[in-house]
Design a protein around this ligand. Structure first.
Ligand SMILES: [Zn+2]
Length: 459
């Protein structure tokens, strides 16, 4: 009996407290808007319910601004309490039609996935509630009004709480997933844009010039980058939702990749700008997204292990020509140079050794938010990152268009160019003279940047 009385007292105290808060505003001739959740039973709040309450509050605030409902935010009060979380904010009646505000807040409730448990109350400056006369449907059955089911005790507290808990949990998970996927997609787009914006680059297209490429320019890459964004999101979604074996996902990644290639070729009028990136980001975004969807989150070692699992035996399976079909460029380079000529497949099969060789530690130390304010500094940092990758990457683009001697010469020049402007000029000139472009290294720079953003910016 004592326990019951305690609960009843707590709920009544909370109600009284809310009325008092409202009264304070009425005394100053102010109307109020308040938010609470309609949770049956007791306690009406816990950390889990509060996180949902805060989420709704975060959604309500821009809704009010968008509808030009001006509230006095400096006077808002937020209470977290076992008897129910509560938010109240006053507003002046002089400039807005209070009936219209009520109608708008009802729209907010009606269009929200869990609107049936959200209560937004509007009181006028006399402290009287504004009602549209509409009756909220019951949260549980939706058949009768909420008040009717409550008065007739149609549902038990247990079944109501169970349903509410599971729906809040699904909702928070859904919101978290949406936020994570959107951020990850924007990191991927940013990494691609950073790579193309690094200027000048040896043999590669940049804002400065088109390097060794006569058929494309900076804007071809912008068109291509913009066309990829929806597919980058699809890679992330696939990873977030995936529950099968990693060894079996490659077909699904490539299926998205092929559609991305089609969009890219349309955007560039049949020029290959980002085929390598589509494959590398497909595997990378899948893996990152899968890791962040799990409790432990992202870390380099797990990421590399996952990429290696997904791409296991890729070199043997895809570069050894065992049929009578025409031999591809990739196969030709592999026949000639062995594992050194395995290109991007060799790189992923080994978990991105060129990316993790030096660029990650270097970006960690130098590519901080501070450096973002200085364009020359950021160009220098990106250039160093690219050179570090070029110094070790056995770029099959170079091997295909040239030979091993040229590749080794470029690797040596790239290493020197990290600390020498003269060597950097020599490297640029050499690439132009030989008409070659280290496209594979540029793709890996984008991967390196993506991983850096994932680790250093809030996901
Ligand atoms: Zn009902």
């Amino acid at each position: 009996m004592d326990k019951k009385k305690e609960i009843l007292d707590s709920v009544l105290d909370a109600r009284e407290n809310r009325a008092l808060l409202r009264y304070q505003f009425v005394e100053n001739n102010l109307c109020t808007l308040s938010l609470s959740l309609n949770i049956p039973g007791y306690p009406k709040s816990n950390p889990f319910i509060t996180s949902f309450f805060n989420e709704v509050l975060n959604e309500l605030k821009p809704f009010l601004i968008a509808n030009r409902i001006v509230v006095q935010n400096n006077k808002k009060i937020v209470l977290t309490h076992k008897a129910g979380d509560f938010f109240i904010v006053p507003f002046s009646n002089s400039s807005i039609d209070i009936i219209k505000i009520k109608a708008l807040t009802e729209t907010f409730e009606e269009t929200h996935l869990l609107g049936r448990i959200i209560d937004i109350d509007i009181f006028n400056e006399q402290g009287l509630p504004i009602s549209s006369g509409k009756k909220k449907p019951c949260y549980f059955c939706g058949e009768y009004s909420a008040i009717s089911c409550m008065r007739n005790k149609r549902h038990t507290y247990d079944e109501l709480r169970k349903k509410i808990n599971s729906e809040i949990s699904n909702y928070l998970e859904f919101k978290n997933k949406e936020l994570t996927i959107n951020k990850l997609t924007s990191f991927a787009t940013k990494a691609i844009l950073y790579e193309i914006s690094l200027s000048p680059k040896p043999g590669l297209v940049s804002f400065h010039d088109s390097g060794s490429h006569a058929d494309m320019n900076f804007f071809t890459f912008l068109n291509s980058s913009a066309s990829l964004t929806p597919f980058l999101k699809e890679f992330c979604l696939l990873g977030y939702n995936y529950s099968g074996k990693y060894e079996e996902v490659l077909g699904q990644i490539r299926h998205i990749g092929l559609r991305a290639e089609k969009a890219m070729f349309e955007a560039t009028h049949t020029i290959n700008t980002h085929k390598g990136i589509i494959f590398l980001f497909g595997v990378s975004l899948f893996s990152i997204s899968k890791l962040v969807s799990e409790k432990e989150g992202y870390n380099d070692a797990e990421f590399r292990a996952m990429v290696m699992k997904i791409c296991k035996n890729m070199v043997a399976n895809e570069l050894v020509n065992t049929t009578n079909k025409a031999i591809t460029n990739g196969e030709k380079v592999y026949v000639k140079y062995g594992i050194m000529g395995a290109g991007v497949r060799g790189e992923v099969e080994q978990g991105f050794p060129s990316v993790f060789h030096k660029s990650q530690a270097y970006f960690e130390e130098n590519l901080t938010s501070f450096s973002y304010t200085n364009q020359h500094e950021i160009q220098h940092i990106l250039q160093t990152g690219l050179l570090q990758i070029m110094a070790v990457n056995n770029d099959s683009n170079i091997l295909h268009r040239s030979n091993l001697e040229t590749l080794i010469h470029i690797q040596t020049l790239a290493k020197k160019a990290i600390d020498s402007k003269i060597a950097f000029t020599q490297l640029n000139e050499y690439c132009l003279a030989k008409n070659i472009s280290p496209g594979g290294s540029a793709d890996l720079l984008s991967v390196a940047l993506l991983l850096h953003f994932v680790k250093n910016e809030k996901l």
